[in-house]
Design a protein around this ligand. Structure first.
Ligand code: GAP
Length: 472
């Protein structure tokens, strides 16, 4: 499994999806940069999410709030006090580890699935001592006692030269929705229940390195807070509704295999300080079942605390009874980098074709960096190149995401496009000049058909949507 994962990491770098961060300076742990293919795939996932949960719904509004917020936000939200991981340091080699990861990875090696997130510092120490868990780097069993390590990234804001003011990079994007709740009520007067959504970067001072973009210092998060009146709407029903919607997104829009997905409820111990119920969708990554997304019932925890700490009335008014109340919130949250990683893991395949190995990323065409690639059969025949350029322009004007490739031979071009998940390849050859037909080759079946290019393109790019794939 680790071998399969290494191949995915290697393809990601080789074909321009994901590069190690600051690589020419030796890198920086837990940071990665998206390359030309990766950024397209990431944008396609984020845009699809936005279109699905915001644009196409009447009850969810988008926001784009600041990464830097008044530090009082993080005090009111409980993050300065409770947004912590228990860490231990190896006294011999100074390696710092999250205590829960140290324990869980130790048991994983023994093929046992153990979850200890949320246990007290004393309970974690007891397990580490009882099992005599060694340091994964130097092998010594000489750990400091567990201590709480806050995940918020601290920074300074210089207001006047010489004076510094303390601030944090946002640890979750949800707080931007809570602090703007009143602004949205005042400016749009939306009817409850409604949601506020955003997509953006969040930052966490993660100590555990490794696992590629699964756990990074900066990551892309898309989530919404769905506000409702608890006297009018049952939270259990809403929770079930959003659970089904999240599953639909994961299995239909992202197209991930159901056999690699499961729901896992959080235990009372591991649940975040703000939540009354949390369940994760877990994905079976090559390194084990891990959290992909989360669904939490945050009650009125955030609005209540912000109301108390800011002194601003964050209640809504029931239009029928005139009753004032603090709305409750259900929060579906989606890690975008983890979505991308799960897609790569789900759809990476190696096959043997006529004695040659091909690597293919079976990306859904609505997410692939390119839906189409256009090739002239050979590059030194101006008529072919001219015709291929015409087809390329036609496809571009029709709004397809399209690649031009005229390097190497056709076989090599097909294999290169397969590796980045391009769905169809269109080749312009000598016959095109006679009867204006082109060869269209489909990625997964490798089936080739001769068609009129305009007719093929006229089928419309919406054919590459989750509703149905274009038929050649
Ligand atoms: N507002 C709720 C919230 O932030 P979370 O479970 O802490 O909840 C949400 O994070 C999602 O963000 C997770 O389900 C996961 O997909 C992603 N995520 C969390 N930490 C991450 C990290 N360090 N690197 C990459 N993705 C991360």
């Amino acid at each position: 499994m680790e071998d399969a994962f290494n191949k995915i990491v290697s393809l990601a770098k080789r074909r321009g999806f994901i590069y190690p961060g600051s690589e020419i300076y030796g890198g920086m742990a837990n940071t990665y940069d998206y390359g030309p293919m990766g950024v397209e795939l990431l944008h396609n996932i984020k845009n699809l999410w936005w279109e699905h949960f915001v644009t196409k719904r009447e009850d969810i509004y988008g926001l784009d709030t600041n990464i830097l917020m008044n530090p009082k936000v993080w005090e009111a939200s409980g993050h300065t006090a409770s947004f912590t991981d228990a860490t231990v340091d190896c006294k011999k080699c100074r390696q710092r580890k999250r205590a829960d990861h140290l324990i869980e990875e130790y048991f994983e090696q023994k093929n046992k699935e153990v979850k200890v997130e949320g246990k007290t510092l004393e309970e974690l120490d007891e397990i580490i001592q009882k099992e005599k868990i060694p340091c994964p780097v130097c092998g010594a069993h000489d750990w400091t006692p567990s201590r709480n390590f806050n995940l918020l990234f601290e920074t300074s804001v210089g207001i006047v030269t010489g004076e510094k003011s303390h601030a944090y990079l946002r640890g979750e994007i949800a707080q931007g929705m809570f602090v703007n709740f009143k602004n949205v009520l005042d400016s749009l007067s939306p009817k409850l229940p409604f949601g506020l959504a955003q997509s953006g970067a969040a930052f966490r001072n993660e100590v555990t390195p490794g696992k590629f973009v699964f756990r990074t210092l900066q990551f892309n998060l898309s989530e919404f807070e769905y506000f409702f009146n608890p006297n009018k709407t049952s939270w259990e029903e809403l929770y079930t509704y959003w659970k089904q919607e999240m599953w639909h997104w994961t299995t239909t829009m992202l197209n991930l295999k159901k056999s690699n997905l499961r729901w896992r409820p959080h235990t009372d111990e591991e649940r975040s300080h703000y939540s009354k119920r949390t369940e994760d969708i877990e994905y079976k990554f090559p390194f084990g079942w891990k959290e992909l997304y989360g669904l939490a019932y945050r009650t009125d925890f955030d609005l209540k605390n912000h109301r108390e700490k800011s002194g601003v009335d964050l209640r809504a008014t029931d239009p029928e009874s005139g009753e004032k109340f603090i709305p409750h919130v259900i929060e579906p949250t989606f890690g975008m980098d983890r979505s991308l990683l799960a897609i790569l893991c789900d759809l990476y395949a190696e096959e043997e074709v006529n004695g040659k190995k091909r690597t293919v990323l079976r990306l859904p065409p609505w997410l692939a960096p390119y839906q189409l690639a256009v090739f002239p059969l050979v590059v030194n025949k101006p008529d072919l190149v001219k015709k291929a350029r015409e087809v390329f322009k036609l496809a571009q004007e029709a709004g397809y995401r399209i690649a031009w490739d005229d390097r190497g031979n056709i076989g090599k071009r097909y294999f290169a496009q397969d590796e980045i998940g391009t769905y169809h390849c269109i080749t312009i050859d000598y016959q095109t000049l006679e009867d204006n037909t082109v060869t269209v080759r489909e990625r997964d079946t490798m089936k080739q058909v001769r068609v009129n290019p305009a007719e093929f393109l006229n089928k419309g790019k919406e054919q590459y949507s989750p509703k149905g794939i274009i038929a050649t």
